[in-house]
Ligand binder design. Structure first.
Ligand code: ATP
Ligand code: MG
Length: 416
């Protein structure tokens, strides 16, 4: 009997259910990950007990999805989803089962799951329940549907993208029939909400194998949900972009900037908004993507102007991106050393507290008004002029010098 390592709270829940006369198993992703010796995200439990039984047995429960048979059991501030064995009814919109039916049969519950590697159950008493060849597919590194892939993808189109996501995360291939069905039904991903697409794309992109997105393109998935990939391919740049992606650290902003690196700022904004990303992601990623296209600064003054114009708030993310971008095939030739230069100038500029913003300028609007400048447009214009003077030459950041410069600007304006 194969044993896997189960956390003590999970054992406790399973034992308590069994002691009350029910069956209970750890199920799905956690069994898969434990067999692979990967750290599971969470431990889900499947049981023959009905939700009301589960609620009677445990002190603290939350009705998270009672309609679908799920009760969350709270132990030591961690939630464990305990779901009654169920058979999913007909799917009405390629996503939601119209109704679910509870069953007393574990195998029926495993049958409704997407892939063989996700359709295994385990407890210490019975060992691994592997009705659909999940262990063998884990050994052969294969993503394969439980049952007929065409039926499974017709029931729920999100599974099409999940197949590619699991392939990327686990470094697996996709079984031939499953892949054929994906190619045939990729268009059904149109039925799936953008939020769910986003969640899968995020996991794919943040995996060890973001290049798996190429498989999503070949099977017609990206054309439907993320056609930037198809555009990059048409431009002949896909292999370079995918190489960059793999090099980039697994950081959300950097990987999204990587995949959108050829888009202009507005297109990046549109794509990320369409995928329902939060405002911060839209903002940071689109600004990095724009910043990458700026000419590289040739001296320290130009670095200061860059920091100001790109924005101090994202400059470190931008720099980290450039570390990988500048040694990628996408960068202009002979740029490898530019990163070291940018980094050392940036660090020195910060250390010496050189002026990078209006806040750090030795004069402010009030000073200029006191010096006789007109409130509003004139003050704004002159302040901007002074900031650029100081960005170009830090030694000018002195109140007296700047007031003098402001004076001559005022007179210039008056002559004009
Ligand atoms: P992750 O590591 O992303 O958490 P997971 O396999 O645990 O992977 P979940 O989305 O947490 O995936 O789902 C838990 C389990 O529920 C899956 O392993 C699978 O058995 C089943 N499942 C989830 N989504 C689907 C689906 N769309 N169709 C069929 N079964 C599904
Ligand atoms: Mg999970």
């Amino acid at each position: 009997m194969n044993k896997i390592k189960v956390p003590k709270n999970v054992k406790l829940i399973i034992n308590l259910l069994e002691n009350n006369g029910f069956e209970a198993f750890a199920v799905g992703g956690c069994v898969r990950d434990a067999v692979l010796l990967r750290e599971p995200n969470d431990w889900d439990i499947t049981t023959s007990a009905l939700p009301e039984d589960v609620k009677k047995i445990f002190n603290r429960t939350i009705d998270t999805g009672i309609r679908h048979g799920t009760v969350t059991v709270m132990l030591d501030k961690t939630g464990y989803e305990v779901t009654t064995y169920r058979i999913d009814g007909e799917y009405e919109d390629g996503r939601h089962p119209k109704n679910v039916e509870f069953t007393r049969n574990l195998i029926e519950d495993l049958k409704r799951r997407d892939f063989t590697i996700n359709a295994m159950a385990y407890n210490d008493r019975v060992g691994i329940v592997d009705e659909f060849g999940g262990i063998s597919d884990l050994e052969n590194h294969l993503i394969k549907c439980v049952g007929d892939p065409i039926d499974r993808f017709n029931e729920d189109a999100l599974r099409i993208l999940r197949a590619v996501r699991f392939a990327a995360v686990l470094g697996f291939g996709i079984e031939e029939n499953t892949k054929k069905a994906i190619t045939r039904l990729a268009g059904n991903l149109r039925l799936i909400s953008k939020e769910r697409i986003q969640a899968e794309l995020e996991k794919l992109l943040m995996s060890d194998n973001p290049g798996m997105i190429e498989c999503a393109r070949q099977t017609g998935i990206t054309e439907v949900i993320f056609d930037e990939i198809d555009r990059i391919n048409e431009a002949g740049m896909l292999s370079s972009v995918l190489k960059l992606l793999k090099e980039l650290p697994k950081k959300h902003y950097l990987r999204w900037a990587g995949i959108l690196v050829l888009a202009d700022r507005q297109r990046a904004v549109d794509i990320l908004k369409e995928l329902k990303f939060d405002n911060k992601t839209v903002n940071v990623v689109s600004r990095i993507v724009e910043a990458v296209k700026r000419p590289l600064p040739m001296d320290r003054a130009a670095v200061r102007i860059d920091i100001y114009e790109i924005g101090e708030d994202i400059y470190e993310e931008y720099l980290e991106f450039m570390k990988y971008y500048l040694s990628s095939e996408l960068a202009p030739p002979q740029c490898e050393t530019v990163y070291e230069y940018l980094m050392s100038e940036y660090q020195d500029i910060i250390e010496k507290k050189e002026c990078l913003s209006f806040k750090m300028l030795a004069v402010n609007g009030k000073d200029l008004i006191e010096a006789g400048l007109k409130r509003g447009e004139q003050v704004g214009g002159v302040l901007n002029h002074l900031l650029y003077k100081v960005l170009s030459d830090s030694s000018l950041n002195d109140k007296e010098i700047l007031l003098h410069l402001a004076e001559s600007e005022k007179n210039k304006n008056a002559i004009r």
